[in-house]
Design a protein around this ligand. Structure first.
Ligand code: NAG
Length: 348
């Protein structure tokens, strides 16, 4: 018959030592495991309404110059004592004019809320800003890259900016375009930022040595794009290129969000629009957009409500902010500090 083995009673002191040792070893194991497997933290933007459309009013004013070159338009502004140059490439259906507020010098400018804030951030940090329009609806990656490289270089030289670091940011179609411009060492970008795009790297095994440090700003709600961004980040890393990503999440709207960001919208209209969107069920009880604003009839609801003037020209501005809040494919200035810190950390 099986007899239970009785161990001799351990003296209390030895028991205590054994227990302590086991606990210490166990804790250290967990600790080292946690350290070695911890993923680098990826900043997720927490919505803050601190930054308003007029946050830069006291330090920066729009005063752009408009020019034509090689069949397209250039709009630019150079601050006093510029420290660097920033080339900005818009997305499909947008123009250079979307980056700048309407002014006597640029009567056709339309100042989309996020685009204009990126420019204001840039000027505030004393970056000279150059925007160019694509020749068609979207950018193309063939001849247009050669033309725009030529335009940028000529503009930099003729404005006496040749000694300064040259950074670039492109959103969506502009992101693919900027990544393709950067493929030429001759372009001389000090670093680039690619927004809501994975970039155009024809053959990721052949990324050139010295390709500019690349920041990806993307919206992880587009999971497919996020995976492509991850693949290209891996390929760039293997080529020895510094990379970083910033993820832009959805966030809830607040009654004053739209008037905080859109110059042409007053606070009262913003609060009323928010109430309308809630009543119509476009946003949930926490202020989150329930659906992509591109697929709901919020524009019709706004028209029916009569909340905005008959000929309100800034519908596109509201749309940009709703898309941003939904966290899906739109220009964002919310991560501008990350972006300019990236440019500035690669300027020497
Ligand atoms: C752009 O236009 C200028 C002046 O018309 C011309 O000399 C230059 O070759 C053009 N550049 C490209 C890349 O087409």
């Amino acid at each position: 018959m099986w007899r239970r083995h009785h161990r001799p009673t351990t003296p209390p002191s030895l028991l205590a030592i054994t227990t302590t040792t086991i606990i210490v070893v166990f804790t250290l194991t967990i600790f080292f495991y946690a350290i070695t497997t911890r993923k680098p933290s990826i900043p997720q933007f927490q919505h803050s309404s601190e930054l308003k459309w007029n946050s830069f009013e006291s330090s920066v004013q729009f005063n752009p110059t408009v020019e034509q070159s090689n069949g397209t338009d250039l709009i630019y502004q150079i601050p006093d004592s510029p420290r660097a140059v920033l080339f900005l490439a818009h997305g499909c259906g947008r123009r250079a004019a979307d980056f700048w507020d309407r002014s006597p010098g640029c009567p056709h400018c339309s100042g989309l809320p996020e685009d204009r804030l990126i420019v204001l951030h840039a000027l505030h940090r004393r970056f000279a800003v150059l925007t160019v329009s694509s020749s068609a609806e979207c950018w193309s990656l063939g001849r247009e890259t050669r033309t725009v490289r030529w335009i940028i270089k000529r503009w930099v030289e003729s404005n006496g900016l040749a000694g300064l670091p040259l950074a670039a940011m492109g959103a969506s179609s502009g992101g693919y375009f900027v990544s393709a411009l950067a493929a030429s060492a001759e372009m001389g970008f000090s670093s680039i930022a690619i927004m809501i795009a994975e970039g155009a790297f024809e053959d990721t095994k052949k990324i050139r040595k010295g390709y500019p440090p690349t920041l990806f700003l993307h919206m992880p709600k587009d999971r497919r794009r996020m995976r492509l961004v991850e693949l290209n980040m891996g390929a760039l890393r293997r080529a020895g290129v510094p990379v970083r990503e910033v993820r832009c999440a959805e966030f809830p709207l607040t009654p004053e969000f739209l008037s905080d960001r859109i110059p042409a919208l007053d606070r009262k209209s913003s609060v009323e629009l928010f109430a309308l969107f809630r009543n119509e069920g476009f946003i949930d009880e926490n202020g989150y957009m329930r659906k992509d604003g591109r697929s709901t009839n919020w524009k019709e609801a706004v028209k029916r409500s009569g909340l905005l003037p008959e000929k309100f020209q800034w519908e596109g501005h509201i749309e940009e902010e709703l898309n941003l809040a939904f966290g899906y494919h739109e220009m964002t200035s919310l991560q501008s500090d990350d972006m300019f810190d990236w440019f500035e950390s690669h300027m020497s």
